[in-house]
Ligand binder design. Structure first.
Ligand SMILES: [Zn+2]
Length: 318
């Protein structure tokens, strides 16, 4: 674990934090006027090794900042909160140095971005052991895709956009078919891929969900929550990684299909369970997240990149 200290006076600026994989969608907006959750889990931080959007690269949960003060100023253009457009707005309470940017406006992930040149990480106790896949296989609790009102979790739409980028990249000019339970999420998008060549088949696979004997071309696999590495697939099977929480939901929490029933409820039994939530609109891809994820996938042929760019509307907004 690490604590980030002020480069100026050495004061601790964060709680002890464990490093986790950087969420690719961290710097990207979502929708318009959408209330947003905190990006990082409390007690964790992430570093963008290859920042392209901004100079911001170290991200923590706002609640994990200590010994800091928010610069009170008008943020022209911000809407429901602070959008950080004027640069660092958090100072070290010890020496007044600007050390971070707090962001909590609508449609932006709530986060505090530490200034890489104003802070330094110092060891603060043993690192959290990295769980192996066997350990991760024991946990079956998934992250719901929807809230109770039928609104998609913004994190699910962002994560699905990353996975979609991997599926489209792996298509490489061929159609892609997806098995349940992936079909509901991805089939609409993949319908815009060129038809004609033999289809590449995609299944869900990972700890507790083995690959079928006849290997697929592509597997949607969980991403390790600490290292960010995808679940390893054998040669010839392209891995399309997905956040492990949503992966578990798809793998282990499929909704039971509604079945017609006959008769009545027995006396004394009341039908008081809420029905499972249903989305009020189809899943949408986040354009900027999709293309950012695509740009980080190595070896996508330039001609195929051109096709994806030229057909972005059909692929992302079917
Ligand atoms: Zn300081």
């Amino acid at each position: 674990m690490e604590v980030f200290e002020c480069e100026g006076c050495g004061a601790a600026l964060t709680a002890p934090l464990s490093r986790v994989a950087f969420p690719l969608y961290a710097g990207h907006g979502y929708g318009n006027g959408h209330p947003m959750p905190v990006l990082m889990e409390s007690g964790t931080y992430a570093v963008d090794e290859d920042p392209v959007l901004t100079a911001r690269s170290i991200v923590i949960a706002p609640g994990d900042a200590v010994g800091t003060a928010l610069v009170q100023r008008r943020e022209y253009g911000a809407c429901c909160g602070i959008d950080g457009r004027n640069g660092p707005n958090v100072t070290c309470a010890g020496c007044g140095r600007k050390v971070a940017t707090r962001i909590d406006d609508c449609s932006l992930w709530q986060a505090t971005w530490l200034e890489p040149t104003a802070v330094r990480p110092v060891p603060a106790g043993p690192a959290r052991p990295v769980a192996d896949w066997a350990e991760l296989a024991e946990e079956r609790c998934g992250t719901p895709l929807l809230d109770l009102t039928g609104e998609w979790d913004p994190r699910w739409e962002a994560e699905a956009s990353v996975t979609l980028a991997h599926l489209v990249a792996a298509a490489d000019g061929s159609p892609v078919t997806v098995d349940r339970p992936l079909a509901e999420a991805f089939r609409r998008f993949l319908a815009a891929l060129p038809q004609g060549r033999p289809a590449k088949h995609t299944v869900l696979a990972g700890p507790g969900v083995p690959l079928p004997e006849r290997l697929p071309d592509i597997a949607v696999v969980p991403r390790h929550p600490q290292t960010g590495e995808p679940w390893p697939t054998p040669p010839g099977v392209v891995a399309a990684p997905l956040d492990i929480g949503f992966w578990r939901h798809l793998a282990f929490h499929r909704e039971h299909p509604a079945r017609p029933t006959i008769g009545r409820l027995p006396p004394g039994v009341e039908r008081d369970d809420p029905l499972p939530p249903h989305p009020w609109r189809p899943l949408m891809a986040v354009h900027s997240v999709f293309f950012h994820a695509l740009s980080r996938i190595p070896a996508v042929r330039p001609a195929w990149q051109d096709f994806i760019r030229d057909n972005a509307s059909a692929l992302l907004y079917p």
